[in-house]
Write a protein that binds this ligand. Sequence first.
Ligand SMILES: Nc1ncnc2c1ncn2[C@@H]1O[C@H](COP(=O)(O)OP(=O)(O)OP(=O)(O)O)[C@@H](O)[C@H]1O
Length: 385
Amino acid sequence: MIRFESVTKCYPDGTLAVDDLSFEVGTGELVTLVGPSGCGKTTTMMMVNRLLDPTHGRIFVDGADISGADPVTLRRRIGYVIQQTGLFPHRTVLDNTATVPVLSGWKKARARARAAELLDLVGLDPAVYGPRYPEQLSGGQRQRVGVARALTADPPVLLMDEPFGAVDPVVRDRLQKEFLRLQAELRKTVLLVTHDIEEAVRLGDRIAVYGAGRIEQYDTPASVLGAPASPYVAEFVGTDRALKQLSVTGIDHTDLERPPFARLDEPAGRAAARMRADGARWAVVLDADGALHGWVGRDEMSGAPGTVADQARRMEAWVPVTGTLKQAFSEMLKHDAGWIAVLDGPRFLGVLTPTKLHEALRRTIGSGGRGVPRERAEVDSVPTE
Ligand SMILES: Nc1ncnc2c1ncn2[C@@H]1O[C@H](COP(=O)(O)OP(=O)(O)OP(=O)(O)O)[C@@H](O)[C@H]1O
């Protein structure tokens, strides 16, 4: 969808901001550009919507060389979100959001209706926030309006320059989650600039790690964390990359253990005897369909009347098989559990133990790991009720 071919940008004062850059972003892919200040990320981005033109090389959007494209027409297909949201202070939130469609010649009523739809999509009730002015919003709400405005013309491409940079960490966390959900639905082709490796890992399908004017590594988050291409990248992603890797590594079926289990409708005494014979002190309780019901301890079942169902306790420590190692680990800590159940829908697949978690983590370091789709990384919440 976006392709850079040997692109160089030298500013008139001689600063070489981007040096012979070649990379490609697939349709519907979210690529994060990450690197220290001044390494050329913003310059890269601004060449895509022709706010800047390359000194050498070519950029293609949807197969067409943009050097000949009319910038205004081009920008209609490319949404742009910047940190200082660029909202007009004297216009209401609704009119700010409707700006692009109005400029494109839409009737005001239609543009406003579309703007209201988009405000709703980013979690702002248009009836409440539409009539307000930007100064009457919080920083996080202003960022949401910025995203809504960029989406009103339904552009296939989004450029986002530090879109969540101006808000505090708690709000940033929420905006990132919301944006991932939105992106899972809309599947725009996104280039997102950040200087924060955590954000790059969390949001990117792929990450371009910048050195001065060049991409040092272009790969999935799991690979950048698991197998940095150079000492520079290793240093940039940080010494705690093993921990960061937890959030982008999925649960592998081969790491699951099958613990002893008891059937819900089994007589308690019989289940206890079987567990004793197997040397098991506890068992997972499953119903007839293999769905997880809870767990039982052998001792409280010995001599107990009734069925396993009467003795079973609820199992709160579980993760979906689509989850990440980080989720598994944090659920384990939250419930002070020695192991954690892994479910596919309601179906019980097995348990993860701390030993297996550790093995899984060690395996991913150096191998590039088994990544999870970005919209799932870190954002699933596991209900414990
Ligand atoms: N208009 C300009 N004229 C001259 N040099 C410029 C101009 N704009 C940017 N530069 C320089 O080009 C280099 C790359 O800048 P750019 O803004 O692309 O970096 P960046 O990676 O986005 O940085 P940051 O994270 O701080 O925004 C820097 O050295 C910067 O000083």
